[in-house]
Design a protein around this ligand. Structure first.
Ligand SMILES: Cc1cc2nc3c(=O)[nH]c(=O)nc-3n(C[C@H](O)[C@H](O)[C@H](O)COP(=O)(O)OP(=O)(O)OC[C@H]3O[C@@H](n4cnc5c(N)ncnc54)[C@H](O)[C@@H]3O)c2cc1C
Length: 169
């Protein structure tokens, strides 16, 4: 028998390894689904935030972060980028330090899942979401047609994906 030929058993074990590789790759795509673990859904890490001033400060800063983030979201996100954004919103809705706000936000995410297909989708979904909270709190409704201009953060050129090697000034 030629030495360079693989035995049947070696061949079959290589095939198995190959199949396992393929299925674990598939698993990475689906197992890493960026949702909250079932046992903590509908809950939040923190209790109610009763101090109105701190609650409002936290709200303003957080909305600013979210709107600027949406304004810099890619026009053509990859699946991985969409998953990361969805994961961020889901985990944010558990970690947000105003517990009752967090649970409201979680319910909203479930009822009206974010549009993360592209920048415009994310900006508009977020603006409408913020308006729902505005309405609940009796605040003015924001004109979502102006949202992109409102959140031009001035944080440099719209590189979309920053690579320190290529994008150094
Ligand atoms: C995810 C999340 C959930 C919250 N849930 C609750 C809650 O359940 N109960 C509660 O009491 N508070 C909640 N808050 C806080 C609340 O929404 C406000 O941030 C807080 O009351 C302060 O309000 P504000 O009037 O200063 O303006 P904010 O609502 O904080 O808005 C800040 C600025 O954003 C701009 N803006 C307003 N609406 C929009 C919009 N639709 N799109 C883009 N920009 C806009 C305006 O220039 C405004 O001055 C939540 C905050 C967040 C981030």
């Amino acid at each position: 028998m030629r030495k360079d030929l693989l035995s049947d058993s070696k061949l079959s074990s290589l095939k198995n390894e190959l199949n396992q590789d393929v299925s674990s790759k598939d698993k990475l795509e689906t197992v890493g689904k960026p949702t909250l673990p079932l046992e903590i859904q509908g809950q939040a890490l923190m209790g109610k935030m009763t101090n109105e001033t701190l609650r409002a400060d936290l709200g303003r800063s957080s909305w600013y972060l979210l709107h600027v983030m949406a304004s810099r979201y890619p026009h053509d996100p990859t699946k991985q980028e969409r998953d990361i954004a969805l994961g961020f919103l889901n985990y944010f809705s558990y970690l947000y330090p105003c517990g009752d706000c967090a649970v409201h936000f979680q319910k909203h995410l479930k009822k009206s899942p974010p549009n993360l297909d592209d920048r415009d989708g994310f900006e508009q979904w977020l603006c409408k979401t913020h308006n729902i909270v505005n309405k609940m709190l009796g605040k003015p409704i924001f004109d979502c047609l102006t949202v992109h201009d409102q959140y031009d953060c001035g944080c440099g050129p719209d590189l979309v994906r920053y690579n320190p090697e290529k994008d150094r000034k």
